[in-house]
Design a binder for this molecule. Structure first.
Ligand code: SF4
Length: 609
């Protein structure tokens, strides 16, 4: 098949069996690649109600037709599994160079199943695929493992590894690649750890056939030219995602002390120019990226180096926990990456614990003697280490995520556990931003921002407005933006540089030989979105409207300070938004997909009811 590696590699960790099957043409036609392949294989192969950390769950790694190709940022790789954090669908996107190497090794998906008795790593060098003993790597940091494996196998090998957080099955453990590119959300690292798989070392040298070589080169060049010609490419490349720290602070979207406010009085010291000046030493990008957003930092205060921090980490492990020194944030970032836990969920859990401690719901006995107060950098570092090791009362408590931690502690702490569907909310405060709020409420993995980044639309339309157009915009974004994760390419060239998305259409056609307009791809996106919803319904007893509710903080507690002081979403508007959303999606008022919508989307075969 043009544009594909052509093979699905299946690795059974229980038996050690490694098999290959041709990538099914019908799956490529209907689901295209990336997270499309992920949800297809998850739904088709993982038994209903499988234990997420049991051998029957699978971890599915997928490239897409633009991965490793002449596409700006064609380095996106999807990791899909049943989430141990939420019990529902998890899909984590990872940048870097892994997915390109997968394609060159001829692989469209790697499906990891079963559980190894002993720690192993997966070694792939083109057609040579082996499971090898990993005892020597156990207990080591994910970045340490990458450094060692690159020394042993060569720089051309791409490494994805878990840290001790994954080994200990912290429910939001991440998978590190390329010294700081993470498959971060939903606990994909815990699933890898549950399989006793420490790392994957991967190298491929094959080529990928394309349908029309001349058209391919022409379309690829046109995309790169559009990026290079973008007015803001220099500024974007200088600051990457940190460019939005100051904007979020100004508009009241910057999570501050566990989302108690959306503006941070110490925020200016975390702004992009300060970070660039104080710690950044170079830029770092994914495969084929013309506008690298990664900022590589030398943190003199701690004598360490780290990729980042990027915006989400600054929000969650900076303002979110009350830190004002960008060096402290960078150090917290490094600890999370190497120990292998998601910076967003870790930041949320720590900031919840700080609020609970300051309000007296947690005592020094609960925190193993740590003064969990906002602004205490040493407490942040200590908590990260304890979480990754599941050590002490605090580590045990926070390693389960904020939903379970607050349910265990009670005392009203559930009200400020900031999550949806059990996934900690990423770094946009939504006290009075109804488009972003409904985007979080309905996101397919839990409260994650990257499906529909709608907060700018709130400002355009009026942040407290509850109108069908807002909901329609969110749905359009949810159908369209994740298609970049299906194609295996970065979305930020479209989002940040504003390049014309139609430039991708001839590229995809030249690669695959199949013409797909964006309207066609949005239809595929809608189908995938609905399939993920079906997966939640299938896995969770009583799943529905109650699972789409935001933290009460955003509709009961107006911030006392900052630019959104006194502002709040009205409680009745939260439900109005959901009603509009369900109606526009063609779902019923309980949030379920009725037969006629399943029929329209040709999804009946996936319904268990
Ligand atoms: Fe990777 Fe950033 Fe470039 Fe996207 S913009 S491809 S995330 S470096």
């Amino acid at each position: 098949m043009n544009g594909y590696g052509g093979t699905i590699l299946r690795v059974n960790l229980t038996t050690g069996t490694i098999t290959r099957q041709p990538t099914p043409e019908a799956v490529a036609r209907d689901f295209i690649g990336g997270r499309g392949f992920g949800i297809y294989f998850l739904t088709s192969e993982v038994p209903v109600h499988a234990d997420p950390l049991g051998p029957e769950n699978k971890l599915i790694i997928s490239s897409g037709p633009l991965s490793g190709m002449l596409a700006p940022g064609g380095g996106k790789c999807d990791w899909t599994t049943k989430s141990p954090l939420t019990g529902g669908y998890a899909s984590a996107s990872m940048g870097g160079h892994f997915t390109a190497e997968m394609k060159y090794a001829g692989l469209d998906s790697i499906i990891l199943e079963g559980k190894s008795e002993k720690p192993v790593y997966l070694f792939i060098d083109d057609k040579k695929v082996e499971l090898r003993g990993a005892s020597a790597y156990m207990g080591k940091g994910a970045i340490d493992v990458e450094v060692s494996m690159k020394k042993q196998f060569g720089e051309e090998f791409q490494i994805a590894a878990i840290g001790v957080g994954g080994e200990n099955q912290v429910l939001y453990a991440s998978i590190n690649h390329d010294y700081g590119r993470e498959a971060g959300r939903g606990g994909v690292g815990a699933v890898m750890g549950s399989k006793n798989l420490k790392a994957i070392a991967l190298h491929g040298t094959g080529s990928v056939t394309v349908a029309n070589k001349d058209a391919y080169v022409k379309a690829g060049k046109a995309l790169y030219k559009a990026c290079k010609d973008a007015d803001n490419i220099a500024e974007w490349t200088r600051y990457g995602t940190t460019i939005v720290v100051s904007w979020c602070d100004e508009v009241g979207a910057l999570p501050t002390r566990n989302f108690q406010a959306g503006s941070f009085e110490g925020g200016k010291t975390l702004y992009a120019p300060v970070m660039r000046e104080q710690i950044v030493i170079t830029d770092k990008g994914c495969f084929g990226c013309p506008c690298p957003c990664g900022k590589y930092s030398n943190v003199k205060k701690y004598k360490t180096e780290v990729e980042g921090p990027e915006y989400e980490t600054i929000g969650m492990l900076g303002s979110g926990v009350g830190l004002t020194d960008i060096s402290d944030v960078a150090q917290a970032n490094l600890l999370c990456d190497d120990l292998g836990i998601d910076t967003i969920s870790a930041g949320s859990c720590i900031s919840w614990a700080m609020e609970a401690f300051e309000k007296g719901a947690l005592t020094l006995e609960d925190t193993d003697g740590i003064e969990m107060r906002f602004g205490n950098a040493e407490a942040v570092f200590a908590a990260i280490k304890k979480i990754a090791h599941r050590e002490g009362k605090l580590g045990q408590l926070l390693s389960e995520g904020v939903k379970r931690a607050s349910a265990k502690i009670g005392k009203g702490t559930e009200k400020y556990a900031i999550h949806i569907k059990g996934m900690e909310q990423s770094a946009y405060a939504t006290h009075n931003a109804t488009a972003m709020l409904i985007s979080y409420m309905t996101c397919d993995v839990g409260a994650h921002h990257n499906r529909a980044w709608a907060i700018t639309y709130d400002l355009q339309v009026g942040r407290d407005k509850v109108v069908p157009e807002k909901v329609a915009r969110v749905i359009w974004l949810q159908n369209f933006r994740p298609m970049f994760d299906v194609l295996g390419s970065c979305r930020l060239q479209w989002v940040e540089l504003g390049i014309d998305r139609d430039l991708y259409v001839p590229l995809l056609e030249a690669i695959t030989g199949v013409h797909r307009s964006w309207e066609d791809m949005e239809k595929t996106g809608e189908r995938i979105w609905n399939l993920t919803r079906l997966y939640w319904s299938r896995e969770i007893e009583g799943f529905g409207r109650d699972w789409d509710q935001p933290s009460p903080r955003f509709y009961t507690e107006p911030p006392a300070t900052g630019t959104t002081a006194g502002q709040i979403t009205k409680p009745e508007d939260v439900q109005k938004l959901l009603d509009m959303y369900y109606e526009q999606r063609g779902w019923d008022s309980t949030g379920h997909i009725p037969p006629e919508t399943l029929e329209r989307l040709n999804l009946k075969e996936f319904s268990v009811h």
